[in-house]
Design a protein around this ligand. Structure first.
Ligand SMILES: [Zn+2]
Length: 100
């Protein structure tokens, strides 16, 4: 669990995030609020989303050792900054390079 520095969260002076599960069927997994003052801090991604991002990061690292075209190199460089949060189209392009 990313509780050390709360990446992506709206900071609060209390540094006391509390996870509130969202109802089944919600697009969000859980809401993160400050346990002390109730301030909204952000959304907790679904576990499968976190797994997919880790898998994406692994693929990006893996294709770095492949012989890539200059276009592919530029594409990989551009998605490295996204923390694994790719659009479906970027994901498909990465998968294609990875499987080639
Ligand atoms: Zn607070």
């Amino acid at each position: 669990m990313e509780t050390e520095c709360f990446p992506g969260l709206t900071p609060c002076e209390h540094l006391a995030p509390r996870y509130e599960a969202m109802p089944h069927g919600s697009i969000h997994h859980a809401k993160i609020v400050c346990a002390a003052c109730g301030k909204y801090m952000g959304w907790q991604p679904k576990p499968e989303t976190v797994v997919r991002r880790i898998e994406t990061e692994r693929k990006i690292a893996a294709v770095g050792s492949k012989l890539l075209s200059s276009w592919e190199k530029a594409f990989i460089e551009s998605i490295k900054k996204l923390d694994g949060k790719l659009s479906p189209r970027q994901q498909a392009t990465l998968d294609k390079i990875y499987d080639s």
